[in-house]
Design a protein around this ligand. Structure first.
Ligand SMILES: CNc1nc2c(CCc3ccc(C(F)(F)F)cc3)c3[nH]c(N)nc(=O)c3cc2[nH]1
Ligand SMILES: [Zn+2]
Length: 373
């Protein structure tokens, strides 16, 4: 067991990399997918079920937990790991992104953001310093800088000003984070889809120095082509010996394309959120289980999948419990989708280690029918 945070690369194949992030709470195999645990729970899953899908790390959130139940309360109760019964690594986002997408009455200044809670309308403030304090109180292993993610569409001047504010906040985050052995602070690159701004942001972050670097400001509606356009150059601007985290991504084909371009870590609500609505991801594409065509289908969702939904139930049963609104429906499909995402990451790690990522990518796309199956 290590007392430090470290990252080691085991193999590369083109720009794709596979390796291990070591933390005092456990190792994270990269490329890694991180399930979203917004309010101290991965919805519809027990922590042991999340671990059974193959997840080495999950996400928590400053914004949600500061509003409810409160960061000081979580700290009094032993920290987020104890609170939610997950003893492996946790990464927490810094809250700025969620304020801009969820909170009311927002006011953005050089100091930070003030806002009213989307839960009860109470007034709150987030600054780089307060975000670092909250993430320390939660006890998260990997802390994100407090940043501003501009909403698209935004003109280059607005994106530049926002990125420069985020870089000043990154400096303040680093100072407030202090020296915490075994814990990591990640800088977040901004700059929209403008190469020069992405370069300016990367240089500013490297000058400050972080344990890892996130590519932020994407998966905000720009579309896959524009996102891949940025990923064709942005990861290379970041230190190759530190983990690279692409925030908020994505659909399975987004994930394959991002790993191909040098990304090591990703998060997305998609597998869990769509699981609750009846969308199942399979190697042959997406299955909408509520569709009438599945009502009499005795086959499992995906005969090659080892999850409880595929091992124990038919499509007909899953169709029935979704139509009936039974709780087990969201549980089974969330479990399946998270397992599918983890199996996808495991397959990519193996392909990179074997030098066969190109073949993996060809097979991945060949198997997927377009649209619903
Ligand atoms: C969906 N697209 C997207 N998500 C983005 C996120 C949120 C990531 C996140 C983290 C934790 C959770 C939790 F609920 F599990 F806690 C949920 C989501 C970003 N976060 C920051 N800080 N900067 C960005 O520039 C940024 C860009 C993002 N594009
Ligand atoms: Zn399954």
């Amino acid at each position: 067991m290590t007392e430090r945070f470290s990252f080691s690369l085991a193999a590369t194949d083109g720009k794709a990399r596979t390796g291990t992030i070591r933390t005092p709470r456990g190792e994270i195999r990269t490329p890694a997918f991180m399930p979203v645990g917004t309010a101290a729970t991965v919805k519809a899953m027990l922590p042991e079920s999340v671990a059974a899908t193959g997840a080495d790390i999950l996400l928590g959130n400053t914004y949600h937990l500061m509003l409810r139940p409160g960061a000081e309360r979580v700290a009094r109760l032993g920290g987020l790991h104890r609170f939610m019964n997950w003893d492996r690594p946790i990464l927490t986002d810094s809250g700025g992104f969620q304020v801009m997408s969820l909170a009311g009455l927002r006011k953005l200044t050089e100091e930070g953001v003030t806002f009213t809670s989307h839960i009860d309308g109470s007034k709150h403030e987030l600054t780089p310093e307060r975000s670092m304090e909250i993430q320390r109180l939660l006890g998260s292993d990997i802390v994100m800088c407090f940043d501003e993610c501009p909403a698209l569409p935004a003109d280059a001047a607005a994106v530049e000003a926002s990125m420069q504010l985020s870089m000043r906040w990154a400096e303040r985050s680093k100072i407030a984070f202090g020296d915490r052995p075994g814990h990591a602070l990640l800088g977040i690159q901004q700059g929209g889809v403008t190469r020069e701004l992405r370069a300016e942001s990367a240089e500013a972050l490297k000058a400050i120095g972080f344990d890892g670097y996130a590519v932020g400001g994407l998966a905000v509606g720009e579309g896959q082509e524009a996102m891949f356009g940025v990923l064709d150059y942005a990861p290379d601007m970041l230190p190759e010996d530190r983990p690279r985290y692409l925030m908020g991504v994505g659909k399975p084909d987004d994930i394959v394309g991002a790993v191909k371009r040098g990304i090591d870590m990703m998060d997305c609500v998609l597998p869990s959120r769509s699981g609750r609505t009846g969308q199942a991801f399979t190697r042959r594409g997406v299955v909408n289980i509520k569709n009438a065509r599945h009502a009499d289908d005795p086959r499992p969702l995906d005969e090659a999948c080892g999850c409880p939904a595929c091992q124990g139930y038919s499509r007909a049963y899953l169709h029935h419990v979704f139509r009936a609104g039974e709780m087990i429906s969201g549980m089974l499909l969330t479990w399946h989708n998270l397992r599918y995402y983890q199996d996808l990451m495991a397959a990519m790690r193996a392909a990179i280690a074997a030098g066969t990522f190109a073949e993996f990518e060809t097979t991945f796309h060949a198997d997927r029918a377009e649209g619903d199956i």
